[in-house]
Design a protein around this ligand. Structure first.
Ligand code: BDR
Ligand code: CA
Length: 313
């Protein structure tokens, strides 16, 4: 099988960084056409810088990195420095990137790539708010039928929310964008908090990253060291949840994940529930399923894969 062509749409973020590293370490399964950045965990100037920091850490400065939308479709930007630190990539001390941003807007790159490749051969991997993807769908509606699949991190059902009692961060920041994506008719795979909260970097798993004794292994250990304090305090969990790497791990080893094909609607109005992913997990409506909503993973298999692949960089 030739590698799957993907575009990573991202707001790095320590867990975004690990997701990108996993993809770049797996050229047999994944060909990264480009990385498109969006405002989310931190403002766009930082996410588009951090993505380049990560490419250079991986030794892949040739991957084109584009800046995209700097704010949600119709709302003020909400950021998450309280989780990710003021740079978005707090933890390791990584050098500023030498590589320049690619010319052009991320949204135009997404449209051009989908039109340039045969239909059904490019997968989009959003790891942040869905602003770039929704803008591309609005600007070029023809691309909806050309996308192979959208595999995204966002939402929650059993875990309900992390940024509000009922909403997960990526969906909450731009619910109108998420609504457009979930209504696009494109095949969607969702990695919600229900599964990502089971991908926890426990102490032995963090030690395994550090024991790689490489710049990548050390940086990932330091990132997860930093990132874990928030979830440890909040949930009393064993370590940092690696939300976004669930997306790139799924592309390599879908057998590690299980879920249900259900209808997912996005709440865009609710005073208390803005950004909620209303997943019909129990099939109590006749709404047509529009997404594979993942609920569980083989966590040991996931961390074995991640550690082995990071060791290749
Ligand atoms: C998501 O929000 C961000 O903070 C993480 O990078 C992840 O994409 C988890 O809710
Ligand atoms: Ca993210």
């Amino acid at each position: 099988m030739p590698p799957r062509k993907i575009i990573i749409d991202t707001d790095p973020g320590q867990d975004d960084a690990v997701a990108i590293l996993l993809a770049l370490a797996s050229p047999e399964e994944i060909e990264v056409l480009g990385i498109t950045c969006v405002a989310g965990n931190v403002p766009l100037a930082l996410t588009s810088k951090n993505a380049r920091v990560v490419c250079e850490l991986a030794g892949k400065p040739d991957v084109p990195v584009f800046a995209g939308c700097d704010r949600p479709l119709g709302r003020d930007l909400v950021t998450a420095e309280h989780v990710h630190g003021k740079t978005g990539l707090d933890g390791p001390n990584l050098p500023d990137p030498v590589m320049a941003l690619a010319e052009g807007h991320a949204v135009d790159f997404i449209i051009e790539q989908l039109r340039a490749h045969p239909p059904g051969t490019v997968t989009l991997c959003p790891l942040g708010p869905l602003t770039n993807i929704a803008t591309a769908l609005q600007k070029a509606p023809d691309i909806a039928d050309r996308i192979e699949e959208i595999v995204l991190m966002g939402g929650a059902y059993f875990e309900v929310g992390n940024v509000t009692p009922t909403a997960e961060f990526n969906i909450y920041v731009d619910p109108e964008a998420a609504d457009i994506v979930f209504k696009s008719g494109t095949p969607i795979v969702v990695m919600p908090l229900d599964v990502t909260h089971k991908a926890l970097v426990t102490r032995p798993r963090n030690d395994a990253f550090r024991a790689l004794a490489t710049p990548v292994g050390r940086a990932v250990a330091q990132m997860t060291d930093f990132f874990e304090r928030f979830d440890k305090e909040k949930y009393g969990s064993d370590g940092a949840p690696l939300h976004d790497p669930c997306v790139t791990a799924y592309l390599i080893r879908p057998d590690l994940f299980t879920g249900r094909h259900v209808n997912v609607g996005i709440e865009t109005q609710g005073a208390l529930t803005l950004g909620m992913t209303v997943a019909d997990w129990w099939g109590v409506t006749d709404r047509t399923p529009n997404a594979l909503f993942v609920g569980d993973l083989d966590a040991d298999g996931f961390f074995d894969l991640l550690t082995e692949r990071l060791g290749r960089l």
